[in-house]
Design a protein around this ligand. Structure first.
Ligand code: PBG
Ligand code: ZN
Length: 334
């Protein structure tokens, strides 16, 4: 018999769906791998469409139960809350970030009571509540006052934690905020009840454009390049993650997602002990939405591919506005 050289055939390993699954270990997408961001409006009965993010709305506290009930029935496990002050006054100290008028402070007890099994993360930042729209407290010359910023950010974090947040997710990018928040939580006796998910590696990105419209948090002057990371900075990305680990972060995030998957892989490899989150941000949502809307791509199949790429890069959890659609895609087809 003639000797047939066939050692490295690939087709032989992928001719059946189950074989194909075995070739793709640890990249499955389940509800456990998803976190759903929600914009909470200061108008209790409001439900506002967001022009820059078609299909996404801002919800008043009385609307959120209606939003969540069917999603939880489909397996939703965790959400990430953003406060959207529409009418609330903004000032230098971001007073309304944790006042009784704040929509997050108001909605947390309701959600904890209504959905006791849901994990609730809260974004913590000052930009939606400061009159200048920057993420920290400013000096009179317009630069960041880091010391005052991290003090205030920790105060807001503790207020959310006391009101029921189980995960605190600071997105401000001030130096030393993780340590400041961790010691604030410890002082409040909440160390064992609240996790800190650090937006450790957050780049100064054009992909946040639609979000700033959604959360009414665009800076009134300048930009965020002096506190968010330069998009090309591998070294700072690694140092940022290591620093936040050192300060006691429980979980790490890279943001945005698709354009930074090399950084996701690097961060996961450098800190394999930490759950790795990736944020598919507003601009990534809009890009896929409009690409599909205009007939260039098929939304569900391309979305699935993008989610797989994030899992392959090392993400344990993906924060995505597409969560409701993905939960539907996960339902067994009959
Ligand atoms: C605010 C914040 C931003 C995002 C999350 N928290 C915007 C920014 O930093 O400018 C972006 C989320 C998205 O684009 O979906 N600090
Ligand atoms: Zn901010």
């Amino acid at each position: 018999m003639a000797h047939v050289k066939a050692k490295h055939t690939l087709h032989s390993g992928i001719f059946h769906p189950l074989l194909r699954k075995w070739q793709s270990p640890n990249v499955e997408i389940t509800a456990n791998n998803l976190m759903y961001p929600i914009f909470v409006l200061d108008d209790p009965n409001g439900k506002d469409p967001i022009d820059s993010m078609p299909g996404v709305h801002r919800y008043g506290i009385n609307q959120i139960k209606i939003l969540l009930e069917p999603l939880i029935a489909k397996g939703l496990q965790s959400i990430l809350l953003f406060g959207v002050p529409n009418k609330l006054e903004k000032d230098k100290n971001a007073t309304n970030a944790d006042s009784m008028k704040n929509p997050i402070i108001q909605v947390l007890p309701l959600l904890r009571k209504e959905f006791p099994h849901l994990i609730i993360a809260c974004d913590v930042c000052l930009c939606a509540y400061t009159e200048h729209g920057h993420c920290g407290i400013l000096n009179s010359d317009g630069t960041i006052n880091n010391k005052e910023s991290i003090k205030r950010i920790a105060e807001v974090a503790v207020a959310y934690a006391k009101t029921g947040a189980q995960i605190i997710a600071p997105s401000d990018m001030m130096d030393g905020r993780i340590g400041s928040i961790k010691s604030g939580l410890a002082a409040a006796g909440l160390s064992n009840k609240v996790a800190v998910l650090s937006y450790a590696v957050k780049f100064a990105s054009g992909f946040y454009g639609p979000f700033r419209d959604a959360s009414k948090s665009a800076p009134q002057f300048g930009d965020r390049q002096c506190y968010q990371l330069p998009p090309g900075s591998n070294g700072l990305a690694a140092r940022a993650a290591a620093r936040d680990v050192e300060e006691g972060a429980d979980m790490l995030m890279v943001k945005p997602g698709l354009a930074y998957l090399d950084v996701v892989r690097h961060t996961k490899d450098a800190h394999p002990e930490y759950p790795m989150f990736v944020y598919q941000v507003s601009g990534e949502y809009a890009m896929l939405y409009h690409g599909a809307q205009n007939g260039a791509i098929n939304l569900e199949s391309v979305l699935k591919e993008v989610l797989l790429s994030m899992r392959r890069a090392g993400a344990d959890c993906i924060i995505t506005y597409f969560t409701p659609l993905i939960l539907d895609m996960l339902k067994p087809k009959c």
